[in-house]
Design a protein around this ligand. Sequence first.
Ligand SMILES: [Mn+2]
Length: 323
Amino acid sequence: MRIGRAAGVTDTGRRRLRNEDAFICEPPLFAVADGMGGARAGEIAAGLAAAALEEADAETRGARGVEALIVEANRRIWERALEDPATAGMGTTVTAALVDAAAGTVAIGHVGDSRAYRLRNGVLEQLTTDHSLVAELVESGILTPEEAEHHPQRSAITRALGTEPSVEVDAFTVDARPGDVFLICSDGLSAMVDDKEVASVVEGAERDVARAAEALVATANAHGGEDNVTVVLFDIAAESSDGAVGAAAQPVAEEPAVAETATGDTTADPHVVAEPEQEDAPSEAGASLRRHGAGPGGRLAAILFILAVLALGALALYWGVVH
Ligand SMILES: [Mn+2]
């Protein structure tokens, strides 16, 4: 397997004045941090977390590697808060994913209520457990998941990065298969859009992760956009035969499959979208790239262009006749 395409989008939302979320979309590392604290402290905390994670290098591997990055991020935010009283008490969530293509796994490290999901065969699975008050109340049977969704304290988190000298990180590894789509998001998405709708929006974008990311943010805003919204998406492709991203070579072969899914009912059979790609990743990448330019829209544009040329020609003839 290899990482297919990736996209990250962040948006202030419709209620907040500032965006205190940060994200990383630098394959093989992906992360979301949702900062909190007065003044600009939340922004600083999230930014420090992202900067610490970006120091990951080729030696950084697996769940222990991601955990070490997050522990270091915690130390830096904590120390900065000690030095600068204006930022006292600042903190951030962090959810990071590091892909190990050779091992076919994704290592996840997590603190707070930003989430990681894996969409496989149309089923969206939440990989992380929120470190939040409502998640604990659900866990102990005091709230139902439905009650938790609307609870006034639903944004209260029980674990954060940078608020204490040490932090307990959830770190684990999940397997990844060609066709999987991984999503990391801040609670500005998960509190506004339920899992079912998230799955259908991503599937509706027909594996175009950039389009899916934009569509998720738009959906969160359409549902109120009460918080900053951040979405990072990446998909897993099959290894191409030569090991390279041979996208340009064979896009034509995939076009009919794309056309079918575009006109067919994609929600009824998500496998239609995923399966061709498992057999042939390079053509999938090519087809996805092509959708923007060619396809029905491209043909229509070409026809309009020809019509315009003909009309200009007729006009020139007419002009020549009358003068
Ligand atoms: Mn938030």
